[in-house]
Ligand binder design. Sequence first.
Ligand code: FES
Length: 116
Amino acid sequence: MPKLTVEGFPTVEVEAGKRLVLAIEQDAHVDVLHACGGNARCTTCRVEFIDGEPTRSTQAERQVLAAKGVTGVRLSCQITCDHDMTVRAVSRLTGSGRPDPGPTPFPDITPPPVWS
Ligand code: FES
């Protein structure tokens, strides 16, 4: 099983193929935001990769990051845990002023991923 480390938190093992946003929240127990419910619209699920950044990305991720002019981060809702990863959770409920992290994303990546 892939290992996930969120900086400052213990390393956990994650079910292979699990969405990173869900692994951060449910396995690493870090309060990552997902305001749009994992649909590549809000960018609140953004993380910085310290190690193991995936080389592939979804078309939806690339489009929303480009549209918002955001660089140096990846959208955890658009990534699956298929190898070991170390990330920095830079967008958390704590300190956000939001009442909740957002709707829980579906188990599979949405919208249906177009990889490249
Ligand atoms: S872009 Fe909204 S949860 Fe990922």
